[in-house]
Design a protein around this ligand. Structure first.
Ligand SMILES: Nc1nc2c(c(=O)[nH]1)N[C@H]1C(S)=C(S)[C@@H](COP(=O)(O)O)O[C@H]1N2
Ligand SMILES: [Mo]
Length: 185
């Protein structure tokens, strides 16, 4: 008997301690993390002037407003959203970081793209040609206001707004980085 209880306690001591992970019955569902006014947004990639900006830096730049309509969800939960957003042109923000375009290559900028990423690792890309006023001139905004208010909490401090996109998939919210690259393949 003594031998058995000794073996048993040795086994128990070797076992990893597992703590109860059950949430209290009253706890609300946990909201996903969001960015705030002080969250840095990194602008980098193949650029000569990489930078880290915050909401205050964006607000100090020339802004524009755009009214857009896009859908979110699908099937029975398909929703049409119409809002007016205020922000800075993505093209202006990226141009200020000075992508290393090759003046010797024909139409070099249209080989480039930007990778926008979010706090939740969500990613969308845009071709430089979509953004460039001399090509697609899409007017993609790095936005910080929706209908005259700061963005809704779930969107974080800054999000992309993509006029012309029917689906909201590239409206990247909780934006944390913009990286510019050349498609060298
Ligand atoms: N960071 C982040 N942004 C995101 C998403 C996401 O999962 N993470 N979902 C996208 C999708 S699929 C849609 S339809 C829109 C929804 O935007 P809404 O806030 O208007 O519902 O956000 C887009 N932006
Ligand atoms: Mo979506």
């Amino acid at each position: 008997m003594k031998r058995i209880s000794f073996a048993l306690s040795a086994l128990l001591m070797a076992a990893p301690v597992v703590q109860a992970q059950t949430a209290p019955a009253t706890a609300a569902t946990t909201a996903a993390p969001t960015t705030t006014a002080s969250t840095p947004i990194l602008i980098g990639g193949l650029v000569n002037a990489p930078r880290s900006i915050t909401l205050a830096d964006l607000k100090a730049m020339p802004s524009r407003e755009v009214k857009v309509t896009y859908t979110s969800g699908s099937g029975a939960s398909l929703k049409t959203n119409t809002h007016t957003f205020k922000g800075v042109l993505l093209f202006d923000l990226l141009s200020a970081a000075k992508p290393r375009f090759n003046a010797a290559a024909k139409n070099d900028p249209i080989r480039w793209f930007v990778r926008a990423s979010a706090l939740d690792n969500y990613v969308a890309v845009f071709g430089w040609g979509e953004l460039d006023p001399e090509f697609g001139n899409k007017g993609v905004l790095v936005a910080y206001e929706q209908d005259g208010q700061p963005l809704p909490e779930k969107s974080g401090a800054v999000q992309l707004v993509v006029p012309g996109d029917g689906k909201g998939g590239r409206y990247v919210s909780n934006l944390i980085s913009l990286q510019v690259f050349r498609a060298d393949y």
